[in-house]
Write a protein that binds this ligand. Structure first.
Ligand code: SAM
Length: 278
């Protein structure tokens, strides 16, 4: 189970740069496979366009990036918030112009990518950030861009890693992405056998994806009622609210004005909704 329970459990600490840096400094990096994950290796082998712009967020030691470079990819960007793995990667690839190594927060990163690779980054984030993850992925992908990789198909008592299941993931990605694949991975490493989903999601460029800060919701019943009202707005395709009721992800055919959203939420004077800018 050491590949599953990957790091010191944090119930109270923020999962910030200091937290992750400590995991690397104390070598508490049970998530680190020491090799490219087999499902991603198989997936990468199918990609013909070697100059695709590829991003690996929360890259850690990034064996996936190494594999891409060894197989002729010429435009790879990796980003991690922790200095230790970033420093190691910079040293390892110091003479390689095909890779850009960024120290920073994925959520502040700017760029356009044809492919974003997910490998134990989603599960490392607090579940309250899942709506923000979908929003950011949609922003960073170019038209027809693909998000591919692995998500856990099981829960954990506490995290990180934080798990989930297919239905949950479908609810948050719905509308913003087309599901090309979301299946139990057949070639996961033994400790993760049958507990990972391989996803291949294509950005839906026909829709607008916005994230809003929400105030005033305190329980699931109120959340469900608000979701119902937001879904009734003409052109809204999907609404998903974070587990702490603080973020609303809204997928729509066209931009929905703040005035419309304020009108719809006005049935309860405690509610306030504000668009989060990029
Ligand atoms: C569980 S580790 C996975 C590392 C690597 N993908 C792997 O599989 O070996 C999660 C990684 O995400 C990084 N991380 C966490 N939050 C981040 C953020 N907001 N922006 C960029 N990297 C982040 C951590 O520093 C850590 O390296």
């Amino acid at each position: 189970m050491e590949h599953l329970k990957c790091c010191v459990i944090s119930n109270n600490e923020p999962l910030d740069q200091a937290y992750w840096e400590t995991q690397y400094k104390t070598k508490t990096t049970g998530w680190d496979l020491g090799q490219v994950s087999p499902p991603l290796q198989r997936y990468i082998n199918t990609i013909i366009t070697k100059n695709s712009r590829v991003l690996i967020p929360g890259c850690g030691n990034s064996y996936e990036a190494e594999y891409l470079l060894e197989h002729g990819f010429t435009n790879v960007t990796v980003i991690d918030i922790a200095l230790t793995p970033v420093r190691a990667l910079k040293e390892k690839f110091k003479n390689n112009p095909s890779i850009k190594i960024v120290l920073g927060d994925f959520f502040a990163h700017q760029g356009k990518y044809d492919l974003i690779i997910e490998q134990t980054f989603f599960c490392a984030l607090p579940p309250t950030m899942r709506q923000k993850y979908v929003w950011k992925m949609h922003q960073l992908l170019a038209e027809e861009g693909i998000l591919a990789g692995l998500l856990f198909n099981r829960t954990f008592e506490s995290g990180p890693p934080f798990g989930g299941n297919k239905e949950e993931y479908e609810l948050i990605f719905k509308g913003a992405f087309d599901f090309l694949k979301i299946d139990v991975s057949k070639d996961s490493i033994a400790p993760r056998a049958n507990s990972e989903l391989f996803i291949e999601l294509k950005k839906n460029s026909q829709v607008v994806v916005n994230l809003y800060e929400l105030e005033g919701i305190t329980d699931s019943d109120c959340m469900e009622k608000l979701i119902e009202k937001l879904l009734a707005i003409n052109g809204v395709l999907n609404v998903s609210i974070s587990s702490n009721f603080a973020d609303v992800l809204l997928v729509s055919k066209k931009e929905i004005t703040t005035e419309t959203l304020q009108e719809v939420t006005a049935y309860d004077e405690k509610y306030a909704i504000k668009k989060i800018k990029n």
